[in-house]
Every structure is written in C-alpha cells, then in structure tokens.
Write a protein that binds this ligand. Structure first.
Ligand code: A2P
Length: 276
C-alpha cells in the first residue's frame, strides 16, 4: 500500500511509518474531566468508534483512561492520540505521565500540540518517545507549511500527521497540499467549527438535498477527501449521528459548493491567530 492510501475497509489511512489511522475519531477537547468525558468515550466505543483524541492540555486523560479500562473493546483495536503540551518541556517525561493517566503502555499517536517557542525544539524528544515504544507514531499539530518543513529538516523521520483546524469553511488548501506532497496526513480538528458551521446556509441546503444532517455533511466532506476527522460531542445521539458518514456520498457539485465556503483564502497557515 502506498503512503496516504486508504485501508482495505475504506475507513482508515496508511501513515508514512506503516501504521494506520482510522478516519473517524472522537475528539474530547472541551470535555470536563470526570463523568462527561468518561460517558462520551464509553458511548463512542460502544457505537463503534475506534479512535479517541485527547491531549495533556485538556486535563481529561484520566477520564479517557477510565473509559478505556471499562470498555470491552480490546486495547489493540483502539487508536489513541495524545498531545505534548510544550509547557511540559520534555516530551518523554510528559509522555510517561500521560501513559500513567491513560492507563496504557503506549499511545498510537503523539503530537506536538503547537509550535510554541519554535517549530523544532521538541521534535528530538518526540522521536525518542517513539524509540522507547511510548508512541507508535509521532506528529505535529497547528504547524504551518514552513514549520512542517523545519521539522522535516531536523528530524530523522518526518511527522506522520499534522492535525489542524480544518473544514469546508476552513479549507486550508495550500497547507493540505503541502502535507500531501510530503507524505504527511492532515487530520481535521473542529470539523464542525466547534458547532458554528452547523447553521451555515449552504451546509443546510446540501444536508436537505442529501437527507442528512449538517454535521454529517461537514464530516462527510472531510471523509470524502480521505481526511481523518475528530468531531467532539458529549451527547450519545450526536456521537452516533456523527459516525454515520460512510453510507452516503456527496456529489461533485455539492463538494464544490462546500469548497467555496472557505474563509481562509486557501491558506498554508494552520491558524489565523496563534494562542500559544
Ligand atoms: P455537544 O458536545 O454539546 O454535543 P467540533 O467537533 O467542530 O469541535 O464541534 C463540536 C461542537 O458541535 C460541540 O459544541 C458539540 O456539542 C456540537 N455537536 C457535535 N456533534 C453535533 C451534532 N451532530 N449536531 C449538533 N451539534 C453537534
């Protein structure tokens, strides 16, 4: 299989290190530690999700860990991502803490949460975490095209993934193309615009036409581009709805209408206003 290709079941993508990432995951950003996060992860696993995305910065790795422990789904069937918070300074030491909180001996993907400080300083520590077996794959998040090249320049391996704010309204086409050219899979966070895109008129029109919900249309737009996507919801019915995106297709015309919603000008930037 070539880098970036879809897996045989059409629901995953091959990474540049030979591992596979499921296209659909549950994002747990903005879920409070405790019941809310535990329930969401538990429901997602019951409903067939096999990919959970957390971060040191979210403060809810322990809840993710509790839900994983309580689940009947074998650990090896679940793709777990966490992210290195640059304020933690040492990716290896910070990962040891994450593993303890998550109650696992490795994660599947470990990302630098942002290029805080500069783009490259944390990368050797990320590679070390991988060599130690703490993470099967390593990558970056919120890196623009220039920062991606800087990491590739210092690394002995390239990032497997760049996770960024991406959706039809944040269609960062130049960054997507830069990632694809370098064999890096772009992963979309905030695919629903943290809920804001659900009321968009074009999204609603397309949803009416295909008899799906606005959330399903926005998520399908990513999946149809083979882009892994991690919608967040704390409601069981929405978690279920967001997973039902493999049984329909958007026409070329609808894809073009959604592409045209881009508000970023096709930028190669990962975010408009860095918060770090
Ligand atoms: P909630 O968690 O209360 O269900 P994003 O994934 O872009 O960050 O968007 C997450 C936001 O969208 C959350 O506010 C979430 O609310 C909401 N949301 C997620 N899925 C759906 C859905 N299927 N229908 C309506 N709102 C949704």
């Amino acid at each position: 299989m070539t880098i970036g290709a879809l897996t045989a079941d059409g629901r995953g993508r091959l990474l540049n290190d030979g591992n596979q990432i499921p296209l659909l995951g549950l994002g747990v950003w903005q879920m409070s530690d405790g019941r809310e996060c535990e329930d969401a992860v538990r429901w997602a696993l019951e409903l067939g999700y096999r990919h959970i995305d957390t971060a040191q910065a979210y403060g809810n790795e322990e809840s993710v860990g509790k839900a994983l422990l309580a689940s009947a789904v074998p650990r090896d069937d679940i793709f777990i991502t966490t992210k290195f918070l640059p304020g933690n300074r040492d990716p290896v030491a910070a990962m040891e803490q994450s593993l303890r909180r998550l109650g696992v001996d490795h994660v599947d993907l470990y990302l630098i949460h942002s290029p805080q400080g500069d783009a490259t300083w944390a990368w050797p520590g990320m590679e070390r975490a991988r060599e130690l077996g703490y993470a099967r794959s390593v990558g970056i998040s919120n890196f623009n095209a220039t920062e991606l090249d800087e990491v590739i320049g210092v690394g002995t391996i390239a990032p497997a993934v760049n996770q960024i704010n991406f959706s039809s309204l944040q269609y960062r086409k130049a960054l997507l193309e830069a990632c694809e050219r370098r064999g890096v899979v772009l992963e979309a966070y905030s695919p629903l615009g943290t809920g804001r895109h659900l009321g968009n008129q074009t999204v609603r029109l397309v949803a009416d036409r295909v008899e799906r919900t606005p959330a399903q249309v926005l998520l399908r737009w990513c999946i149809q581009r083979d882009i892994p996507v991690i919608p967040k919801s704390t409601h069981r019915d929405r978690i279920e709805e967001n997973a039902d995106i493999f049984s329909f297709q958007l026409s070329d015309e609808d894809m073009r209408a959604l592409d045209a919603l881009d508000e970023t000008g096709g930028t190669d930037r990962a975010v408009e206003h860095p918060w770090w």
